[in-house]
Every structure is written in C-alpha cells, then in structure tokens.
Design a protein around this ligand. Structure first.
Ligand code: PMP
Length: 405
C-alpha cells in the first residue's frame, strides 16, 4: 500500500485549522499526536449508542461495551506481540503505568539494592524510581550520556551488578529524540538478573515493538502519543510478575471474593484494574491502533526519517541555530537553541505564525542541567507532517530571528 501523506492528513480534521489566519503547522507530536476521524467517531459512537458499564451488566448495551472493551485489549496485545492478552493492563497513561510497577517493586527493594536509570529520563521515569528508592533505602544509579545525547554503554555496563533490581530507560528520548538500543540494554540488564522497564511513550508511534523479542519485563505507553485519546494507556508486563506483585488499588472489579474482614484478588488483568474503567477511551485506543496497523509501517518510518533529515539539514545551515541532541540514532525530534532568543520566545513567535512547537525542559530538568542549558525549542514530527511543514518551520524561524534582532 502506497503511503500518501496528503490522504492521511485529510483524516485528521484538526490539521485543517487556521491560527490567526495562518494554516496550522503542528510540530508538537512528542507532546501529543492529533486524532484521526475514526478515533473521534469511535468516542461519539460509544456514548451515542452503547455507553454502559462493562463486565457486570445483564443487558445488550453492557454486552456490546464489554466486547468492544475486551476487543481493544486484544488489539493492543497483538500490536505488542504479547504472549497473553491478560498481560495488558489499562492505565491512564505512561505515568500511571510506571507508578503501578514502582508500587509493586517497593515490596522487593531494600537497602543495598540498586535501581539503574539513564540521564535521558523523563520525570515520569525518574522521579517515580527516585521516590521508591527514598522509601526503601535502595540506591538510584544514573547511566551517563555523551554530549550528543547518546547513552554511554560503558558507563551503563559499569553500573550494572548483581545488586541491580530494576533497570528503566526510555525507548526514545522525548527531549532529544535519541533512540536507545533497547534489545542490547535489556540483554545486559537480564544478564545480572534485573527486571527491565521500557518507557515507550515516545517509541511506540515510531518503532515496531515486539515485547517477546525485546525480552523486557514491562513496556509502558500512552494512547495519546499514538493517535489515540488522552487519559488511557497501557502497562504490558510479564504474567508471572503481574500476577504475583502486590495489587495497586483496591475496589470493585479487582476482587474475587470479599468478607467484612478479608478479600481475595481477581485474576489478571482485572486484579490491577480497580473500579469502573475508562471504557470509551480504551475502545478508541484500540481503534487508533487498528488504524495505525493498517498503514505501511516501513513507508511511515521512511517518511518520518526523511522529515527529520530535511529538518536537520536546514537546521545545520541556519545561522545561530544549535541542534541539541546529535545522536546518529534519532527519531522524530529536533531540539534546538537559537542565538539571541530564549526558547519560550521562539515558541511564542512561531505560534504567532501558526507553528506549534514545544519549549522548555520537556519534563527532563536533570537532563537539561546535564547539558548545561535551561531548555530547548523542540519540533517533533509525526506521520502526517510534510516537507512543507519543515519548510514552514524554517521560514518561521527566519522571521523569528529578524524579530529578535
Ligand atoms: N515518558 C516519556 C518519554 C514521555 O515523553 C512522556 C510524555 N511526555 C511520559 C513519559 C509521560 O507520559 P504521560 O504524560 O502520557 O503519562
């Protein structure tokens, strides 16, 4: 199937918007992606036709909702090549998924143990482990990066030992776009007997994920970064861990039997899904993944790489611009600084031209400190961006530069 970016764009109604008379150029995809019409329709359809609580109803609407909801779980499981559908837990997103794993891990950590993360971490994957370490007396180690934003593998190796209980790293850095060698890192962590969590928030929309082939223990991501709705995400974890680790929240759905004094827990996946779930968004998440799966993956990767290459080439030629993050293995993100302008000013002046980027520390304050900068301007690309968007960014930046002078 040929990949026609203009045909794809027509499926995203928001891309037809104008901002103060300028066509919207949306380059903030690492923050959140836009939604195709089929995902929007799915939400409307659910609330229009079959809104109902799942699993417990004895009526048609409840059956339909349950089928669609559990069908969406199947879709996510097959997308990740999970061994079992029960290994997919609905969460509110990457952040909650990491918190659930960290809650479980708390019971297995004590003084003398170590958790290893990287300097690339988003706050969601740093602060959570940091706090678990504070609580348990375990030590948090941080594997270094080089000045290009690439993980220093020798440093990573040197910080792994039989004391390492968990290793966590991003599939792709949201701030710099660095693509980590996740299979290699997982193998190294497994060799010392550590559990491995991969923060897939930025990887999932750009890289094929096969959790069995990767060999990790947990892969977590948010629907909203892969064309699905906000407020829903997934925790994929190995069955033998998810079924043993302490439950996260208690309440309806997650119990098997209850007395006034005791309770026993339901089977996976329900034991980690207390209360009424986010049914509409889970179904729409499945629709997003189904939509995405039908596209030609290789063509998308080529298209996104060509956008990043074109943007990088223009950035290198742009006087006064410094690219932040120059790994050879990058996906979807161009972070930069412009002489004479604070990133916030760049974002503001681009917005006046209808160009949406993100500025700041990208929830990676320690990484910015490591790089010796307060933050960056970040353009991030998605499958519906075009070379015209890239050109518009640099035309926009020329005007920004003139305004700053
Ligand atoms: N990790 C990374 C690498 C991210 O980019 C993000 C979102 N910016 C998160 C974690 C947190 O995702 P969410 O806010 O959807 O929970």
């Amino acid at each position: 199937m040929a990949f026609d970016v203009y045909e794809i764009r027509r499926q995203f109604p928001i891309l037809a918007r104008e901002i103060d008379g300028n066509p919207l150029v949306y380059l903030d995809n690492a923050a959140t992606t836009q939604k195709p019409q089929c995902v929007i329709d799915s939400l409307v359809d659910y609330y229009t036709r079959y809104n109902s609580n799942v699993h417990r109803g004895a009526h048609r609407l409840a059956d339909e909702a349950t089928q669609a909801f559990e069908g969406a779980r199947d879709t996510i499981a097959s997308f990740l090549n999970a061994n079992k559908r029960e290994e997919v837990i609905w969460t509110s997103g990457t952040t909650e998924s990491i918190n659930i794993v960290s809650h479980g891990l708390t019971h297995y950590l004590s003084a003398g143990d170590q958790v290893l993360v990287t300097e690339l971490e988003h706050h969601a994957d740093l602060v959570t482990w940091q706090q678990v370490c504070h609580k348990t007396g375990a030590e948090l180690l941080v594997a270094a990066i080089d000045d290009n934003g690439e993980l220093d593998i020798a440093d990573f190796d040197s910080k792994l030992s039989e004391r390492t209980k968990l290793v966590a790293f991003p599939h792709v850095s949201n701030a710099l776009g660095t693509l980590n060698p996740i299979v290699e890192l997982t193998q190294k962590a497994k060799a010392v007997g550590a559990w491995v969590l991969i923060d897939g928030a930025q990887g999932i929309a750009h890289e094929a994920v096969d959790v069995q082939a990767i060999g990790c223990d947990f892969y977590v991501f948010s629907a909203h970064k892969i064309y699905g709705p906000m407020g829903i995400g997934a925790l994929w974890g190995r069955e033998e861990l998810l079924k043993e680790w302490p439950v996260w929240q208690t309440g309806g759905e997650m119990i098997s039997s209850v007395t006034y004094q005791t309770a026993t827990w339901n089977q996976l996946p329900y034991r980690l899904e207390a209360g009424t779930p986010n049914v509409a968004d889970a179904i729409a998440f499945g629709v997003a993944i189904d939509w995405f799966k039908r596209l030609d993956r290789q063509a998308i990767e080529q298209h996104e790489a060509s956008l990043l290459d074109a943007a990088t080439a223009q950035a290198e030629d742009f006087q006064g611009l410094t690219i932040v993050g120059k790994s050879k293995n990058k996906v979807g993100v161009l972070s930069f600084l412009l002489e004479g302008g604070h990133p916030a000013d760049i974002g503001f002046l681009l917005d006046r031209q209808g160009i949406a980027i993100r500025t700041g520390n990208h929830c990676a304050e320690p990484l910015m400190n490591r790089l010796g900068i307060p933050g960056t301007a970040r353009a991030s690309f998605s499958l519906y961006n075009t070379i015209e968007d890239v050109n518009a960014l640099f035309e926009g930046l020329k005007k920004v530069k003139m305004m700053l002078e």
